[in-house]
Design a protein. Sequence first.
Length: 138
Amino acid sequence: MIICDARKAMFLRNEGSPTLLKLEVEQIKQASPNPPNGQQGADRPGRMQNAVAPTSATDETDWHDLAEKQFARETAAALNLASQSGRSRGIVLVAPPRILAVLRQHLDEQSRSRIVAEVDKDLTKHPIHAIERLLTGA
């Protein structure tokens, strides 16, 4: 089971049954620090010369969005590695919808075939016992 958001990923193993979860933490990954955009950007937004119209500005780079997507790609790569090693049988993905989309996009075929459920919620800030309760609906 993977519970993640844009900053934290928890790799958990269910030692219980599908209806009575007993989750054990295998690994926790944290994203590297992500300072404000103003500290990461190089300069003001670029300008583009149009052939028939006046000059227009281009969008600023959203460094936070890029870092969040990179962390999701790294999480998917770690899940692919675990899947290839045979450590994971059935995979449950729990993540906000935006992160879930990036995970799906970067999982290999073997990992995708092992997904048994997807939950589009952010549960990374909950303690393990609360996650067990929330996922079983108890």
